[in-house]
Design a protein around this ligand. Structure first.
Ligand code: GLA
Length: 721
């Protein structure tokens, strides 16, 4: 899959349907020459020859200017390249300029290991190319892994200091990629709290477009995932590329269209306010990026990510394991509960067939409002008489499992933990830190802080019978400063914080390896492949309104599998939006992921209880599809009058379709179900109709007469021949 054409100095990397090719030119610079559908070796050699001829002063080993025309594979700074660099290093004398040339390479099967940093699981064919700076003893190892089964290249870079003096890394992105294709558009996924990952398509203008988070988390505001697409690329046709970071901290992507119409896309850890002192012999490892390729439109790109994340990122012990159907008490009670109230919710849940109760915020310390108690990870026995034992026993007696909420990275000013360790928080002594949700952030750059949280959380997880943990994170960072870092190392703060989070996640998830961890950050504020490495599912958004949720889940599905999107049915009027939608619609939207309920079940009417029972038994039929199926986006809720998606099993024997109207339907619509067996016959469960696969794929299913926010869900089952 990875070949080196020695005579021509061309590296050929083949994925399932693409070729990615690099070339060491006459002056020993590494260029990207091709990234598109598979092509022959001879064609690549022609392209390489043309690239060499196009170099300014190609014959002259010492040529100095004009590098912004060269599609360099990892861009240097201050030596004839006037576009954004990929990495910048400051030497002891303050000099910043660099120029990287090919030094050597290795091709072998590698099992990547990045310490606590999440990375792709399992070995893959890997090419490592070493570049050397002309002006210092810095070397860069560029790693590329490709797979016969996937249209994904995994890349990252390692910066190595082979000199005798400290080098200050000012910037070290994970990748750089250049193309001369024009007419490209960028899709970013923007948002805010309760409105995460809204796709926005824009043309790429000249100059720099920068997508970033400098909040210390991957953020609600912009996701560490972007797509570059041909203008004519649609859901199922055309070419597009995806760039997804396996990283949960501050990040940046940068797309720069130069005056020469070359587009340079690059990204990694945000270089805003970043620096890292690299001592002699040390290496700095950048996060991996998953570069996706599709010539089958945006849908093809998404499916590639879904399969890859399920098979190569998410913990294999959970990736395909049936997820619990949860009742979470947050929107039912907020902080206002006691053991009696909790037990009535558990009773109601057990009667309805729900299998796991998750006790949310408020069970610990003196946590009666969001102003106190965070960090005090011991049971509030005033609220829960009989402690957690009583509640857990009650769950078990009812045949249910028990889950618990934590916010490990935070502390309230009014907490015993903070009174004991006022020096454990992020920020500068003597400067009162900014409050976010009346809480401070713990300084996870420090091992002793992470250790103390590990001990406290472990004590609870080892003492009680807990099968599920919701790990929350409810504010952005501020006063980016750690008392433990030397003044010239404060630029390391953000990345060290992220490594601290991964360290705790790694220790907790490996020690308690049978607990399902769900990620959360005020909803979907840290929804990324880095988190998914440790947490098989993430609370998609605090917005549980079915109409808004449909849009959020739609946007999230571009980069992430639905098995990672935790979805709950909540009450109406909805607590975030005030909107009322039918109970069925809320159930249908929440059936498109690991599902659950987030409302006071004791207040349900008999009719609603029957609906819950039906939803649960229906969900059990489609739960396998949620975990393993191919997901198709059919009607865009962000643009049109409806939300429609479909999951099809890999063997094409089963499909599940959800359609929700966003306005009163005036006429019927036909929904074509993609990728069924055209020769087969299918049964549509609601109507008992038998329809041929050919008709379902080419003419479609008729949907009609739905009122605004009404919804239908259909199972489509292939009949045995
Ligand atoms: C965040 C989460 C919610 C809930 C609250 C509790 O907002 O996203 O689901 O857990 O915290 O404080």
């Amino acid at each position: 899959m990875i070949k080196y054409l020695k005579r021509e100095k061309v590296f050929v990397l083949n994925g399932k349907s693409f070729t990615y090719a690099l070339f060491v030119n006459k002056a020993d610079f590494l260029q990207n020459i091709y990234f598109d559908k598979k092509i022959s070796k001879n064609k690549l050699i022609e392209i390489a020859n043309a690239a060499d001829a196009a170099l300014p002063c190609a014959e002259d080993k010492n040529f100095d200017m004009g590098f912004d025309k060269m599609p360099t594979e990892y861009a240097f700074y201050g030596r004839g390249d006037y576009n954004e660099p990929t990495a910048v290093f400051e030497r002891q004398d303050g000099a910043l300029f660099s120029r990287f040339r090919y030094k050597g390479h290795k091709i072998k099967k590698v099992l990547p290991q990045l310490g606590v940093m999440p990375c792709v699981r399992g070995a893959g064919d890997t090419l490592t190319i070493t570049l050397k700076d002309d002006f210092s003893d810095v070397e860069i190892n560029l790693n590329y892994t490709v797979f016969a089964k996937y249209d994904i290249i995994v890349r990252n870079a390692e910066i190595v200091n082979r000199g005798e003096n400290t080098v200050k890394i000012r910037k070290a992105f994970s990748f750089c990629l250049q193309t001369r294709e024009n007419d490209l558009e960028l899709i970013r996924f923007y948002g805010r709290w309760a409105k995460e990952r809204m796709p926005e398509i824009t043309p790429i203008g000249h100059g720099i477009t920068r997508i970033q988070s400098i909040r210390g988390t991957s953020s609600h505001q912009l996701n560490p995932f972007v797509i570059l697409k041909q203008k004519r690329c649609k859901e199922r046709t055309g070419k597009c590329l995806g760039f997804q970071l396996v990283y949960s901290g501050s990040f940046a992507f940068c797309a720069e269209l130069s005056g020469n119409d070359t587009l340079r896309v690059q990204g990694g850890i945000s270089d805003s306010f970043f620096s890292w002192n690299l001592e002699t012999g040390e290496r700095f490892i950048t996060p991996q990026v998953l570069i996706g390729y599709s010539d089958k439109g945006l849908g093809g790109l998404s499916s590639g990510y879904h399969d890859f994340i399920r098979n190569r990122i998410i913990n294999p012990d959970f990736a395909y394991k049936t997820r619990p159907i949860v009742i979470n008490n947050w929107e039912a009670t907020y902080f206002n509960f006691d053991d009696k109230k909790i037990c009535t919710i558990i009773d109601a849940a057990a009667d309805l067939g729900i299998d796991t109760f998750v006790l949310d915020d408020g069970w610990f310390g003196k946590r009666d409002t969001d102003t106190t108690g965070l960090g005090d990870w011991f049971v509030n026995e005033n609220k829960l008489k009989g402690g957690l034992d009583g509640v857990i026993r009650h769950c078990r007696d009812k045949g249910m499992s028990f889950g618990l909420w934590f916010e490990p990275e935070m502390v309230s000013e009014d907490s015993d933990f903070y009174r004991r360790h006022p020096d454990y928080i992020v920020g500068k002594r003597g400067v009162k830190p900014a409050m976010g949700r009346t809480q401070f952030v713990l300084d996870f750059t420090r091992k002793e802080v992470v250790d103390s949280v590990f001990d406290a959380v472990s004590a609870i997880l080892s003492r009680y019978d807990i099968s599920y943990v919701k790990w929350d994170m409810n504010r952005s960072l501020s006063e980016y400063f750690s008392e433990s870092l030397a003044p010239d190392r404060q630029g390391e703060f953000f990345h060290r914080y992220t490594l601290g989070v991964y360290d705790l996640a790694k220790r907790l998830t490996s020690r308690f390896n049978d607990i399902l961890f769900e990620g959360c950050a005020s909803g979907g504020g840290r929804f990324d492949a880095g988190m998914l490495y440790y947490f098989p599912q993430i609370w998609t958004s605090d917005n549980t309104d079915a109409a808004d949720r449909a849009k959020i889940q739609w946007g999230t599905s571009f980069g992430y599998p639905i098995s990672a999107m935790s979805c709950h049915v909540s009450t109406c009027p909805n607590h975030q939006t005030g909107r009322t939608t039918p109970f069925e619609t809320r159930g249908n939207v929440a059936s498109l992921g690991p599902t659950g309920y987030e409302l006071d079940l004791t207040l349900l009417t008999e009719e609603e209880k029957n609906l819950v029972k039906k939803q649960i038994s229906d969900y059990k039929r489609t739960a396998g599809l949620v975990l393993t199926g191919d997901f198709y986006r059919l009607c865009d809720p962000c643009k049109g009058d409806a939300f429609c998606v479909c999951i099809v099993s890999k063997d094409r024997c089963k499909a599940y379709l959800v359609y929700t109207a966003f306005t009163d339907m005036k006429k019927e619509v036909k929904i074509k179900i993609p990728c069924l067996d055209k020769k087969g016959t299918y049964l549509i469960d609601l109507s008992d109709e038998r329809v041929s696969g050919k008709e379902l794929t080419s003419i479609g299913i008729t949907v009609s007469a739905l009122k605004k926010y009404q919804s239908i869900a259909l199972n489509i089952i292939k009949l045995q021949e």
